[in-house]
Design a protein around this ligand. Structure first.
Ligand SMILES: [Zn+2]
Length: 173
């Protein structure tokens, strides 16, 4: 089955009145910044969006986005596949909107001159923000993590591996 491509722009207010749901994809080629932020975007981005009104009658766009990306493990230097997942709630800003009064989980968003928002841009931002700060294999899948475990070395939880350590090691080889 061919997947539906998400529109680039939507009018969140009108979509909310119609209680629209979008389930579809954004093509990989539309996400150049996500591609650059990783060691490769492996396919199209899966998106599910729901437009509606909350109990306070605020217009909301709730959604999730998933992308498979390659990341380089900062412990062992090898790349691995990571499923990047973002979850978000947006509410459009109007002149009467008081940002202070918005529920904490809501992200305010400006509408353009046509009352629309740029979905591709928003989804790409969300996915980039959802990337791990220091990408690493899970300990038991990391060749280096296994080695460390078998030597009985336990890393303190807050000790971040130095990304340059990997470079140092490459230089020595
Ligand atoms: Zn690793």
């Amino acid at each position: 089955m061919q997947k539906v491509k998400l529109p680039v722009k939507v009018d969140p207010v009108r979509s909310a009145l119609k209680l629209l749901d979008y389930v579809g994809i954004v093509e990989k080629s539309q996400m150049p910044r996500l591609e650059e932020s990783t060691a490769g975007l492996l396919g199209d981005v899966d998106v599910s969006l729901h437009f509606g009104k909350d109990v306070q009658k605020l217009t909301v766009m709730k959604g999730t986005a998933h992308a498979e990306v390659n990341l380089v493990c900062q412990r062992c230097g090898e790349s691995f596949t990571h499923r990047c997942e973002a979850e978000f709630v947006y509410t459009p800003m109007f002149e009467r909107t008081d940002e202070e009064e918005l529920p904490e989980a809501y992200e305010p968003i400006e509408l353009d001159e046509n009352g629309e928002i740029d979905l591709h841009q928003i989804l790409e931002d969300e996915l980039i923000l959802a990337l791990p700060l220091v990408p690493m294999h899970p300990m038991d899948e990391c060749p280096r993590g296994k080695m460390e475990m078998s030597f009985g070395h336990i890393e303190p939880a807050d000790e971040r591996p130095n990304p340059f350590a990997v470079l140092e090691e490459l230089k020595r080889k």
